[in-house]
Ligand binder design. Structure first.
Ligand code: ADP
Ligand code: MG
Length: 718
């Protein structure tokens, strides 16, 4: 097999042409404004389909968090149906997010017999509000034994219904939460909504203390940057490891990979830009504000970023983003890899979780303001995050734990497993000044700083001093949590983030409320001092990749949870359980059930990866290696017959290949023994050892006989 014959599934030139054609359409036919949100039953669309009463009621629920009025359900359902049918929909589905971390849907058509041999198209308020999928096969961690398999999906009106276009017709998708018959959360959305509420409650409490007028609901905002790889679909289809596990279990690092960093922000290839244009278009139709696109550091790696939105919506849009990417990639003869570490030795992919809070005054509470009052609010919020991240570091780590992400965290590219906060020099300095005392000189600025009285110096908002190595960085007007994995739902990490910050704020508010009637600025100053004293250990502005930092972090007592089982164990801690219960986010049972599900997922992934690695070595790779040995032996024999004593080097190669081959067979045996044991570390070591041998063999066996496309082919031939 030679490299080019490996591209089997597509005719490149034709595919490129098609891709370019659809890209051209973006420029031609429809304007972006026309396209944008055309498949969303948004407030704007609803205006045309609902009575004023129903519209106002629903709009209040969506914008102000008002209670959903069930008497409008029938009208809304009917309007949705009419709109959906006009878009070619034949079916509807409750769209939800079980603990698999994926989305789920079960379609029902609108048809209902009219008793005269025909049908009418119906969709009732009841069907809109509640569904009952046969959900016994979704993981629930023992929350819902299969004999009472009922789970309910419930309409989440705060995330608008949308149309998914199929090849022939369309489906109306209704975002829903998914709960058991007693209301137990069986999904990722329910706790997210609860945690948003918990955060909102504390933010409004703080607003009251600070005398900030509430004109709207406070909510967390989120912008999730998504990294991914694109490789040729032909290669993908020949890598059973990629197809089944999302990552390459074997593969020798190519001589040139990312050393030159010549891919980063480089000119985007035509075939890729065609994909991106199509992708943007699909996202825009769904009302998802896809904004930025560029090449990433690793070859064949890219990133897209949306404009931030209400957190709940942003999570849903990221789920759609991952789905749309995979679909559009196929259309272009590409495979989109969302795994955290598809290629060993090459940068993996993450998802930067840009998080902030829009206060009840409509302002970003993580933006330093123009006046001392706003700065006071800003400093309290930042201090709350410091406290939250220090107290909740292990939980944050648990929130991004998965078998796949373990390959990334703690390697030399992604943030380490140690969670610390980057504040930047200037903001750190301000907190140091606050710690020292009320009217201390701000050394960098030369002024004095009394919280709530003096203005802050203007903080740098942009790229210059950004620390790419920090797992949790303040970036001007938001915090960026960078340890999230590329394939994960953003819900989990945000549930934790919202909850720990809500808890920190609750404690701060309790303190401040004690001194009501007195000078609030003084009370704030004191609270900030206490926090900075206690939690400054979590601030780290240096290089997070160094050995020294690992040592220093240990000295500071910061947790360094390297593997998923270590990290997940934290969620069973009584303190963690009390935290989530205190804020009404997850009950003990719900939390433990998540622990069980995620641990089982982890062990399952390890097991099937180990099985596949052994299998591939045994019946794909080793036969080729044996064949090469035979060929070498044959060659040596026949050359020796003609040229006696002249084949020293070939003998050496044969000896090396034979040695490695024997080692590999032994290692396969070891892996086959380890796999069923369930002992994670043993399995991982056995896989790594076998991989090292196999990758060495890849460098010795003739390339044309190697049964898997190489890293160089996959990463560079597009
Ligand atoms: P930078 O270039 O400094 O990283 P960007 O403005 O490009 O900043 O932001 C990166 C991501 O952060 C984008 O998805 C953006 O929408 C998001 N973002 C910006 N402001 C906020 C905010 N207030 N809340 C949440 N996300 C935000
Ligand atoms: Mg970023």
């Amino acid at each position: 097999m030679n490299p080019s014959s490996r591209i089997q599934s597509i005719d490149l030139s034709n595919e490129e042409e098609k891709a370019m054609e659809s890209a051209t359409n973006v420029r031609g036919v429809t304007s972006i404004q026309e396209l944008y949100g055309q498949n969303v039953f948004s407030l704007k669309t609803m205006r045309n389909y609902l009575s004023e009463k129903a519209y106002n009621s629903l709009s209040n629920t969506i914008k102000e968090g008002g209670k959903l009025d069930p008497t409008i359900a029938d009208e809304v359902a009917d309007a949705m149906k009419t709109w959906a049918i006009s878009k070619g929909a034949t079916h509807y589905t409750h769209w939800f997010q079980p603990l698999t971390g994926l989305t789920a849907e079960k379609h029902d058509s609108f048809i209902s017999p009219d008793n005269e041999g025909g049908v009418v198209l119906e969709f009732s308020g009841k069907e809109l509000i509640q569904g009952e999928p046969d959900a016994s096969s979704f993981p629930s961690g023992g929350l819902r034994p299969t004999f009472e398999a009922r789970g309910y999906t419930g309409w989440d009106p705060t995330s608008p219904a949308f149309i998914k276009e199929g090849p022939k017709a369309a489906t109306l998708c209704i975002p829903t939460y998914f709960v058991g018959w007693k209301g137990e959360a069986l999904d990722k959305k329910t706790p997210l909504l609860r945690s948003m509420k918990a955060l909102n409650k504390q933010v409004e409490r703080l607003a009251k203390i600070l005398g900030i007028k509430c004109t709207q609901m406070a909510y967390a905002t989120l912008g999730g940057e998504q990294e991914y790889f694109l490789i040729d679909l032909g290669y993908y289809n020949q890598r059973i490891d990629l197809v089944q596990t999302g990552r390459t279990l074997y593969g020798k690092e190519p001589a040139k990979h990312q050393q030159m960093a010549d891919h980063y922000f480089g000119a985007i290839k035509d075939r890729i830009i065609a994909f991106m244009e199509d992708f943007d278009r699909e996202m825009w139709k769904l009302g998802a504000p896809s904004k930025t696109r560029h090449n990433e550091v690793a070859p064949a790696q890219y990133e897209i970023a949306p404009i931030f939105e209400n957190q709940n919506l942003a999570v849903d849009h990221n789920m759609l983003c991952m789905e749309v990417m995979q679909r559009v990639a196929k259309r272009h003869g590409l495979a989109c890899l969302l795994h955290e570490k598809p290629f060993a030795g090459i940068n993996g992919s993450g998802k930067h979780n840009n998080w902030s809070v829009t206060g009840p005054d409509g302002k970003n509470w993580f933006s330093p303001g123009d006046n001392p009052h706003e700065n006071e609010r800003f400093l309290i919020m930042v201090a709350a995050v410091l406290k939250a991240v220090d107290e909740g570091a292990a939980l944050l780590r648990a929130g991004v734990a998965s078998a796949a992400n373990d390959h990334r965290l703690g390697s030399h590219e992604a943030p380490p497993a140690i969670i610390s906060v980057y504040l930047g020099e200037q903001l750190t300095d301000i907190f140091e000044q606050i710690e020292k005392g009320a009217a201390a000189k701000t050394s960098k600025q030369g002024g004095t700083l009394e919280v709530g009285v003096d203005s802050l110096p203007v903080l740098p908002r942009h790229a210059s001093d950004r620390n790419r190595t920090s797992p949790f960085a303040f970036t001007g007007s938001k915090f960026e949590f960078r340890a999230v994995g590329s394939s994960m739902s953003l819900a989990g990490p945000n549930v934790i983030l919202n909850t720990i910050v809500a808890d920190a704020l609750a404690q701060i508010c309790t303190e401040l409320e004690k001194s009501s009637g007195q000078n609030i600025n003084k009370a704030v100053q004191k609270a900030l001092q206490d926090i900075i004293k206690k939690h400054k250990r979590v601030i780290f502005n240096g290089d997070n990749y160094t050995e020294e930092w690992a040592k220093e972090a240990k000295k500071r007592g910061l947790p360094n949870l390297k593997t998923t089982p270590e990290a997940l164990a934290v969620t069973k801690d009584p303190k963690a359980i009390a935290l989530f219960e205190r804020h009404g986010v997850l009950t003990r049972t719900e939390l433990i059930s998540r622990y069980d599900v995620y641990m089982e997922t982890y062990n399952t992934v390890l097991k099937y990866e180990a099985d596949l690695a052994a299998q591939m070595a045994k019946n794909m790779i080793m036969p080729v290696v044996l064949g090469y040995q035979a060929e070498l032996a044959e060659t040596i024999k026949s050359v020796e017959a003609v040229n006696k004593g002249k084949v020293q080097e070939a003998r050496k190669i044969l000896k090396e290949v034979t040695g490695l081959s024997e080692t590999a067979w032994e290692q396969i045996g070891k892996l086959e023994k380890a796999a069923p044991s369930g002992a994670a570390e043993k399995i991982k070591t056995a896989m790594e050892e076998l991989r090292e041998t196999v990758d060495t063999l890849e460098g010795l066996v003739p390339a044309e006989t190697w049964p898997l496309p190489s890293y160089a082919e996959m990463l560079f031939l597009l």
